[in-house]
Structure formats: structure tokens, C-alpha cells
Write a protein that binds this ligand. Structure first.
Ligand code: MG
Length: 384
């Protein structure tokens, strides 16, 4: 399936690529003849400090027991290549899809989802919440400072809308501050495919890293993850006698291809079924058009449940999660009590943003190693 579809099947007509409003920026920026607006956004994202910090943030495994575990940066690159492949095959705007994939996890705090949960719990005590999509928007709109004329990266509306809406819909009643992002309408397909490219990437990678960690066994996965059972059987028929780890790697690649092809075929079929002929048709449809087929969706749900039961909640990772929670909560409480100990740039923001949000912003930006260093220093301060 991957490659380029015949011209009459491609979804170029519904692509966001030609939409002038989506290519617009808050601050005027002269066009560059060598690059499109979305290619320039991709460069701005890759050059952002928050993007570089993804290299030091947990995807699933905080421990450095293996150099082969995904970091949030390598996960991001895997999502980008899947998203680009899907967009290119369907005739969508590859550069917009790639930019959105590269920025999709930029708002994640240290320690993966455990860090995010802990930060959210801390903020709840102050009547606030932590949401990594909304935090990503704060990063690209306010925190990155690379340009003389404005704060933030001055990304196109298309990329900013995709940051907000790629993985979930926000209600206009609860989030009036997001009114510019057309909350009542679906995002373009380039944004819709990001969430599913993300799923494909981690469903593949977490089995791989799980086996690398020794917490998952190939035989157990093969017996319990239905899509992997089918893929493993197929590669075993083709490559009899090969080492189990090589067969497993082949099976993972096949699984990723099966899910990617399914996303492409199902999204195409959904768009054709409603006769989508413009971006407005995508936006006005009551549900998202980028989906897996019912069979692939059932595989996805089954595997996700397996990963949750056998890997994410196993005792070794639970210990890492407990430590993450302890570190995030202790630092949050310390700076709430001693705001003068925050870096001066953050102290200045307390008046406009409120102390709890500023402390959360500071913590959310940290890498795993930086937050552990802060924790060690502050424990010494408290003991004095
Ligand atoms: Mg992700």
C-alpha cells in the first residue's frame, strides 16, 4: 500500500497544504522561495531548545539499563517517518504532517506519563491541570525565544491547531482561550493521522523495548498479542530456522507495515465514503476520518491492554513511576514554598501566570537527568 496512490485516488483536494489561513502566522514573516511555510515550521521546531531536550526525556524506561531504549526524541522521529509515509501516500501535505509529528510530544515533562500524572496531581491541588498538548502550545507560543521581534516560534496556524487538536477534541466552553483553533470543527487529516502514527510507533517500539529490558518475553508476546501472533507466524514460514530475536524483529516490522497500510486504506475509504472533496468536508464531518479498520482497531485495543497489564504496571516500572512521582511532587512543593529559589526568569512570570503554573512550567521543561540533579540539590538544601 505504501508508495503513492494513483492520482484519482489521492486526497490532495482535502489537504491542508494549500490553505492560506493555515499557512498564516501571528507575526508577519517574509516568504522564503526555497521552502514552504510548513517546511520552515519543521526547521523552527527542530532548532527549538525544547526539541533537543526530548533526547533526555523518558519514553517508557527511565533507567539507562540499555542504550537501545527509545527516548522521547527517537520516538518522535519514528512517529515522523510513519506520518510522512501516510501523508505522502494519501496525497496530503507531507511537510505539515512531519512538522506536527516532530512537535507532538514537545510538551511532555520528564519521566514519561508518570511525570505527567504527578504534575497534574500537584496542579489539581491549586485548581489547575497539566495537559501536555496545551503545554506544547505554551512552549511554541511563549517559552522559546529565538527571534528579536516576538516571543515563541511564530509557527503557522496549521501547526498550532494541530498541536492542540491532534489527539483529542477540546470543548470551547472549557477552553475559551483556544477559540482561535476552531474547536467545534475536526482538524485537517494531516493532524488526524498524527495520533494514529503515534499509536503505531509505540505499539511497535514498546514490545521491542520491553523485550530489550527483559520484562517481556517473545514467546509470551506471541501467545497473547494477536496481531504479533499473525505477523510472527508469517515471517517464520518465510524464514524457517532463523534466530527468534531476528524473527521477532521481522514480525515487528511487518506489524508496523500492516497497521500503517490499514490506516492509509481505511482513511482513504472513509474520505471516499462521504465524498470528501475539500478541507471543509473533513472539518465538518462529525467524526474523524483518519481511523483504523475495525479489525486493526481490535488488535490495537488488545495490544494496548497487554502492554498496560504486563509492562507498564509491572513491579520494575512501578518502582520507577513511584520515584518519578516522589521527585516531581517534592520539587513542586519546595518551589511553591520557596518561590524565590526559582530561576529569575520564572520568578518574573509569577505575577501574570500564578505561582503554581510557573512551577509546573519549570518542572515540565526539565530532562530526566536535570530534574534528578535538582532533586539531589534541594534535598541537601532542606537538610541544612
Ligand atoms: Mg507520542
Amino acid at each position: 500500500m505504501t508508495g503513492t496512490l494513483p492520482a484519482d485516488l489521492r486526497l490532495c483536494a482535502v489537504s491542508a497544504g494549500a490553505d492560506d489561513v493555515l499557512r498564516s502566522r501571528l507575526y508577519p514573516a517574509p516568504e522564503r522561495p526555497s521552502r514552504t511555510a510548513f517546511q520552515r515550521d519543521r526547521e523552527r521546531i527542530v532548532q527549538a531548545r525544547a526539541f533537543r531536550r526530548l533526547a533526555g526525556k523518558t519514553q517508557v524506561f527511565t533507567s539507562r539499563a540499555s542504550d537501545h531504549f527509545r527516548s522521547r526524541l527517537t520516538h518522535t522521529i519514528e512517529v515522523a517517518q510513519i506520518a510522512r509515509c501516510v501523508a505522502q501516500t494519501l496525497g496530503l501535505d507531507e511537510d505539515l504532517a512531519e512538522a506536527l509529528a516532530l512537535v507532538h510530544d514537545i510538551g511532555h515533562p520528564p519521566f514519561g506519563h508518570a511525570g505527567e500524572r504527578a504534575l497534574d496531581e500537584c496542579l489539581k491541588r491549586h485548581g489547575l491541570r497539566f495537559d501536555h498538548n496545551l503545554h506544547a502550545l505554551r512552549i511554541v507560543e511563549h517559552f522559546e525565544q529565538r527571534y528579536a521581534a516576538h516571543r515563541g516560534l511564530n509557527l503557522t496556524l496549521g501547526v498550532r491547531e494541530g498541536i492542540v487538536k491532534h489527539s483529542r477534541d477540546y470543548s470551547a466552553d472549557q477552553h475559551p482561550e483556544l477559540a482561535a483553533y476552531l474547536l467545534g470543527r475536526r482538524p485537517p487529516l494531516e493532524a488526524q493521522i498524527i495520533d494514529l502514527a503515534d499509536e503505531i510507533a509505540y505499539l511497535t517500539a514498546d514490545l521491542d523495548d520491553g523485550v530489550e529490558s527483559g520484562l517481556l518475553e517473545i514467546g509470551h508476546i506471541r501467545d497473547h498479542v494477536e496481531i504479533l501472533t499473525h505477523c510472527y507466524d508469517e515471517v517464520e514460514r518465510e524464514h524457517r530456522g532463523l534466530d527468534a530475536k531476528v524473527l521477532f524483529n521481522e514480525a515487528l516490522q511487518l506489524m508496523q507495515n500492516v497497521l500503517t497500510d490499514d490506516l492509509i486504506a481505511t482513511t482513504l475509504a472513509n474520505a471516499r465514503a462521504i465524498g470528501a472533496a475539500s478541507l471543509d468536508d473533513v472539518r465538518d464531518h462529525p467524526s474523524r476520518l483518519a481511523t483504523f479498520s475495525p479489525l486493526a482497531e481490535s488488535y490495537r485495543v488488545l495490544e494496548k491492554r497487554y502492554l498496560y497489564d504486563v509492562l507498564y504496571t509491572c513491579s520494575a516500572l512501578s518502582l520507577e513511576h513511584d520515584k518519578a512521582e516522589e521527585v516531581v511532587t517534592a520539587l513542586f512543593d519546595f518551589w511553591i514554598g520557596e518561590p524565590q529559589e526559582l530561576p529569575s526568569g520564572y520568578v518574573e512570570q509569577i505575577e501574570t501566570e500564578g505561582l503554581a503554573r510557573v512551577v509546573a512550567d519549570y518542572i515540565a521543561g526539565m530532562t530526566d537527568s536535570f530534574i534528578l540533579l535538582q532533586y539531589a540539590q534541594i534535598k541537601r538544601t532542606i537538610r541544612r
